[in-house]
Design a protein around this ligand. Structure first.
Ligand SMILES: NC(=O)c1ccc[n+]([C@@H]2O[C@H](COP(=O)([O-])OP(=O)(O)OC[C@H]3O[C@@H](n4cnc5c(N)ncnc54)[C@H](O)[C@@H]3O)[C@@H](O)[C@H]2O)c1
Length: 336
């Protein structure tokens, strides 16, 4: 029986299942989602963005208990709505909280019972014990103290290397970021009440300016960022792939060639597999399915003044993020 359980089999949860299925099929031991078995099986089989599953997917009920059949592995599927009442198997040590419903520490910590010693939230959390973007602050993770861990956001994972590489090479005085961000299930298909009145508007009708939880996560992960670092998300009527636009004033003079060289060195060295360089003339659909956190579009790099730079990076908000979640839980499962 696997030592990881998953709460929330939505966009991110299902992609995590796919990614673990190809790399570490034995790790996932149980799943919880209130949706009915047949609906979850259907959505695991067919994906409107990423295509059909390459593994056979099925489900069955035995003795009143639902099971998912992923390839030749059977996983118990529960349907609780409260983390404290999910009967995950006794061998479960880590829960991935990917429902989007329980991002505060107090809520996510309801998973900490029985043998479960750690929870990873698949989103920014205002008060998790630690927010991690492994290459930036992974060394600060203390598993004895940090039980509820936030894996930040897709936008934070894309933006962190863009900023860190500039900071290390040229110093950062001021910085801002806008993300051109695709639709997620936290918007409305047609006008319907939502606490964010812009997200209440029809998702496929407008450019929808809204907040991004990435800023809080980035300040937690990179405490030396300029305190005024901020920006917006511009939700656009597409299904996959975001474009992050970073502007910054630097502490030292720079030229486009030097900025490009810094990112190219990072892509070949410390950020290998997490940061890549885009092919010339890339558009967003070229990035769908990519597992890197960010793919720098070097052709769009520009100097707006001797120390004023603008850089762009693409990322598949679902696959890239689910890949970072996989990396984290595989690492943690080996250590707890
Ligand atoms: N979609 C993205 O691009 C993306 C990227 C990075 C992080 N995230 C974060 O990951 C989280 C999940 O996002 P998503 O896009 O996968 O959401 P989603 O809406 O696609 O999926 C949520 C899933 O949780 C289930 N659910 C609802 N109530 C539940 C409950 N009480 N207990 C357990 N499961 C419940 C739903 O049935 C659904 O299957 C959010 O916090 C989101 O911010 C999303």
């Amino acid at each position: 029986m696997g030592s990881i359980a998953l709460n929330g089999l939505g966009r991110i949860g299902r992609l995590l299942v796919r990614l673990l299925g190809t790399t570490r099929p034995g790790l996932l031991g149980a799943v919880n989602d209130p949706a009915p078995l047949d609906q979850l099986v259907h959505l695991l089989r067919y994906d409107s963005v990423h295509g059909p599953s390459h593994r056979p997917i099925d489900g069955f009920t035995e003795g009143g208990q639902d099971f998912l059949l992923l390839g030749d592995r059977r996983l118990p599927l529960f349907h609780a709505t409260d983390p404290s009442s999910i009967p995950f198997p006794s061998g479960t040590r880590l829960v991935v909280e990917a429902s989007g419903r329980f991002t505060r520490r107090e809520e996510a910590a309801r998973h900490l019972k029985g043998g479960v010693s750690h929870v990873v939230i698949s989103a920014p959390s205002p008060d998790a014990d630690y927010t991690i973007i492994a290459p930036v602050n992974g060394s600060g993770l203390d598993l004895a103290r940090h039980r509820v861990i936030s894996n930040a956001s897709c936008t934070a994972h894309a933006t962190a290397p863009m900023l860190k590489i500039l900071e290390d090479a040229f110093g950062l005085e001021h910085a801002g970021m806008s993300t051109v961000h695709v639709v997620t299930n936290d918007q409305r298909l047609l006008d319907l009440p939502h606490k964010d009145r812009r997200r209440a508007r029809a998702a496929f009708q407008s450019i929808i300016p809204t907040t991004s939880s990435a800023f809080g996560a980035l300040h937690r992960v990179m405490p030396d960022l300029p305190p005024s670092f901020d920006g917006v998300a511009l939700r656009v009527p597409l299904l996959s792939v975001n474009l992050v636009d970073v502007v910054a004033t630097l502490r030292r003079d720079a030229e486009v060639a030097g900025i490009r060289a810094a990112y190219a060195a990072a892509a070949a060295g410390p950020w290998k597999d997490l940061l890549a360089l885009a092919d010339p003339h890339t558009v967003s659909c070229d990035i769908t399915g990519r597992t890197e956190s960010v793919i720098l579009d070097q052709d769009l790099t520009m100097m707006l003044g001797p120390r004023f730079v603008k850089v762009f990076g693409w990322h598949d908000n679902e696959t890239g993020y689910a890949a970072r979640l996989r990396d984290l839980v595989v690492d943690l499962a080996a250590r707890i």
